[in-house]
Design a protein around this ligand. Structure first.
Ligand SMILES: [Zn+2]
Length: 318
């Protein structure tokens, strides 16, 4: 009896030892075969193969923009050095997708979480992200709407509750305000202080990020009317990368606004076969005519732009 138990112990000891050897050697093998410099990409894309377009970015690619595939909605992560800014979190139910992406990207701290405007395809998943115990957050930015326009939806209430429970205060965007972190300047282009609109989309926070010679412009869902107001404020709107407004809708993305931005790359966050017919073909034509390279989450999945402040590369799954 004792002998048998002893044998069993020896057997299980040997099998544990073998497993340890196999796991260790396979981990070493994976470690050797992976391109060390792109380990973070392997982490994000998991089992998927990815391909790189655009310029070759070598060395210190401090700036990264991730357009996270959340279907019909928006969620964009901008990273520079140790700083992370998350703009929108997709629909209700997409919070987990965003949190999972942040985990894969190694993000456990957000300098800013920004809800561009209180529609569910932008702030739906925001309460889940804010509530996460794995994430510390410094600042929240959301637009101030008029009393009549303040949403009474469950989605909005849940976001406000999550903000309160995490003891965070809401910063209101004011056009012209600049925030600096890790070499990046984040400039608020819209809305202006005490702006009054009749459409919630028009309250969208529009931002421009500049790192060395590279800049990114992120639109929410604002219309042509707001784009005209932004142009009239005389900012330098030129940007290398443009997160297309309103999922490629034609109420925004006016030719005049696109001319000011003159983007080299555009990213459209949009769901496959969505009921709105986004992105609109005339917007795609406009961008193509400008020789702008367009990437779409419905076709490309997650889209990553990486830059050293001069060159830009685009990374998508194959
Ligand atoms: Zn939207």
């Amino acid at each position: 009896m004792t002998f048998t138990t002893g044998k069993k112990h020896i057997r299980s000891f040997i099998s544990i030892l073998l497993s340890v050897i196999i796991i260790t050697s396979s981990a070493m093998f994976t470690g050797c075969s992976d391109d060390e410099a792109n380990e973070w990409l392997n982490e994000i894309f998991g089992m998927l193969d990815y391909e790189v377009f655009g310029d070759t970015v070598e060395g210190d690619a401090k700036l990264k923009m991730h357009v996270i595939d959340v279907g019909q909605g928006d969620s964009v992560l901008i990273q520079c050095g140790e700083s992370n800014v998350l703009i929108d979190c997709g629909e209700n139910g997409m919070g987990k997708t965003v949190l999972d992406y942040l985990r894969r990207a190694g993000v456990s701290h957000l300098d800013w979480i920004i809800g561009t405007h209180p529609h569910s395809d932008h702030i739906g998943g925001m309460d889940t992200v804010i509530k996460s115990k794995d994430l510390s957050i410094d600042h929240v930015m959301m637009p101030q709407t008029t009393k009549e326009m303040t949403p009474t939806t469950m989605t909005y209430t849940e976001v406000l509750t999550a903000i309160k429970k995490k003891n965070l205060k809401i910063t209101r965007p004011v056009s012209g305000t600049e925030y600096d972190f890790d070499g990046v300047t984040m400039l608020v282009l819209s809305p202006a202080k005490s702006a009054k609109y009749e459409d919630l989309n028009d309250y969208s926070i529009v931002l421009k990020f500049t790192y060395k010679n590279v800049s990114i412009l992120t639109g929410g869902d604002a219309s042509k009317n707001v784009e005209q107001q932004i142009i009239s404020r005389d900012y330098d709107l030129s940007a290398d990368i443009y997160k297309v407004s309103h999922h490629g809708g034609r109420d925004g993305n006016s030719q005049a606004f696109l001319d000011e931005i003159n983007p080299k790359y555009a990213a459209i966050s949009v769901g496959a076969d969505n009921k709105y017919g986004h992105p609109k073909s005339e917007i795609l034509k406009r961008l193509n005519k400008m020789n702008c390279e367009v990437y779409r989450t419905d076709l490309d999945g997650d889209i990553i732009f990486e830059s050293d402040g001069k060159n830009i590369s685009v990374i998508v799954a194959k």
